[in-house]
Design a protein around this ligand. Structure first.
Ligand SMILES: *Cc1c(COP(=O)(O)O)cnc(C)c1O
Length: 378
C-alpha cells in the first residue's frame, strides 16, 4: 500500500443507495455519517447520477471565463436560495478553499487584516483556514500559518465585542460547531455577532460548510436566527459528493473582492451535480424533513437513555446534525456500531458520537439507530 495520511477502516465500500452503503462482501451498512454530511441527498440519488452522466457526455470542462449553462444555472439557483442579499457567488473545489476565499475577500473589501475566530471552531486545513481552526494538533506541525487570527469563546457575546474593533476584517463563525463537538449557537449570540460587526464595519462570515443545504432544518442554519451574514461559505453536501465549495457574498464584498481564481472553479460536471442536489433538497423539502426526523431521533435517544440508563450525558444539535455526548470513549462505540450493528457514524472529539445521516433518513432508520445504539451501550 502506498497511500498515507488517512488511516483506513477495515471495510471496503463498493456501492451506495439512499441510506445504505454496501461492502464488497455484500454487507449492508446504514450510513449515519453520510461521509461527513456529504451524501446529503442519500447515496447515488438517481437525479444527481443522471445529471452527472448527462453533463459528462456533453462537456467535462472548459475554463471558467467561458459561460456554460450548468454554471449559470447554479449561480442563479444559489443567488435565489441565499439568505438576504448574499447572492454573489464564487465557486471552488472544497470547504477550506471557500473559507480561504472568504478570508481574502473580507480583507480586500475592508482593507484590514485581523480575523476573529472561535475556540473549538473548525474551518479547514489549508494554511489560511487552518489559522482560524482551533485544535492545536491540526496546526502545530505546520506553523507558521496565516497571521492575525484571534480566538474568542464560542457563545460569549461580551468577549466577541471586546475582540472585534475597527481593525477587524472578519468574524468567522459556524452557526453550529461540528468538528468541535456539535454546539449550536443561540439566536442572541448570532444576532449580537451581526450587531458587533455592523458597528465596526467588519464582515460577518458564517461557515455553513457542515450546517448548510438543509442539514439543520432550514436551508441555511442562520435563517433560524434570522441573521444574514456578509459572507456565507458552503461545501460538503452541496453537490452530493462531487467536489464543490461556494463563497456567497453581499454586494459590498463582491464589489471589492480583489483578484482571485482557480482552474477547476465551477466546472460543468460539479455544477450539474449541485443543480440536481439543490433541486432535490428544495423540491422534496428536505430541510423540513431533516427537522422532523432529527427531532424524532433526538427524542428517541433521550427516551432510550432514560429507559435503559445508558451512559449518555447529553443529546444536542439541530435537525439531522446531532451529537450524543457519552460517558466513555466514542471510538469504541463507533467501532462496535459498525462491526456488530452495521451502522456507520462519526466522532466529534473523544466523547461525542456525531450523527449526520443523509437528509432522506426516515423514522424507521432512526428507530434502527436507537436500537443498535442501546444494544452497544447497554
Ligand atoms: C469540513 C469543514 C470544512 C472544510 O471543508 P473541506 O472540504 O474538508 O476542505 C470547513 N468548515 C467546516 C465547518 C467543516 O465542517
Amino acid at each position: 500500500m502506498s497511500g498515507f495520511v488517512f488511516s483506513e477502516k477495515p471495510i471496503q465500500i463498493q456501492s451506495g443507495e439512499g441510506m445504505s452503503l454496501f461492502a464488497d462482501d455484500g454487507t449492508e451498512y446504514l450510513d449515519f455519517g453520510a461521509s461527513y454530511a456529504v451524501a446529503a441527498t442519500g447515496h447515488c440519488h438517481p437525479d444527481v447520477v443522471d445529471a452527472v452522466q448527462k453533463q459528462a457526455g456533453e462537456l467535462l470542462y472548459v475554463q471558467g471565463s467561458y459561460p456554460v449553462a450548468a454554471r449559470t444555472e447554479l449561480y442563479d439557483k444559489l443567488a435565489t436560495l441565499a439568505p438576504g442579499d448574499v447572492s454573489n457567488v464564487w465557486l471552488c473545489n472544497s470547504g477550506t478553499e471557500a473559507n480561504e476565499a472568504a478570508m481574502k475577500f473580507a480583507r480586500s473589501a475592508t482593507g484590514r487584516s485581523k480575523i476573529v475566530a472561535t475556540k473549538r471552531g473548525f474551518h479547514g486545513r489549508t494554511l489560511g483556514a487552518l489559522a482560524m481552526t482551533w485544535k492545536q494538533k491540526y496546526k502545530k506541525p505546520f506553523e507558521p500559518l496565516a497571521g492575525g487570527v484571534e480566538f474568542v469563546s464560542y457563545g460569549d457575546s461580551e468577549e466577541l465585542a471586546e475582540a472585534v474593533d475597527d481593525e477587524t476584517a472578519a468574524v468567522f463563525l459556524e452557526p453550529v460547531q461540528g468538528e468541535g463537538g456539535i454546539h449550536a449557537a443561540d439566536t442572541e449570540y448570532l444576532q449580537s455577532a451581526r450587531e458587533i460587526t455592523e458597528e465596526t464595519g467588519s464582515a460577518l462570515v458564517f461557515d455553513e460548510i457542515q450546517t448548510g443545504v438543509g442539514r439543520t432544518g432550514t436551508l441555511w442554519a442562520c435563517e433560524q436566527a434570522n441573521v444574514t451574514p456578509d459572507i456565507l461559505t458552503t461545501a460538503k453536501g452541496i453537490a452530493s459528493g462531487l467536489p464543490l465549495g461556494a463563497t456567497l457574498c453581499a454586494d459590498w464584498i463582491a464589489e471589492a473582492c480583489g483578484d482571485h481564481g482557480s482552474t477547476f472553479s465551477g466546472g460543468p460536471v460539479v455544477c450539474a451535480a449541485a443543480n440536481a442536489t439543490l433541486d432535490v433538497i428544495v423540491d422534496e423539502d428536505l430541510p423540513t424533513h431533516a427537522s422532523d426526523v432529527g427531532a424524532y431521533l433526538a427524542e428517541s435517544l433521550e427516551a432510550a437513555t432514560e429507559k435503559h440508563d445508558l451512559p449518555v450525558r447529553e443529546v444536542r444539535g439541530q435537525g439531522l446534525m446531532l451529537g450524543v455526548e457519552v460517558k466513555r470513549g466514542s471510538n469504541r462505540i463507533l467501532r462496535d456500531l459498525a462491526l456488530s450493528e452495521q451502522i456507520l457514524a462519526l466522532p466529534a472529539g473523544r466523547s461525542v458520537v456525531r450523527l449526520l445521516p443523509p437528509l432522506v433518513a426516515e423514522q424507521e432508520h432512526a428507530d434502527r439507530f436507537v436500537e443498535a445504539f442501546t444494544e452497544v451501550l447497554g
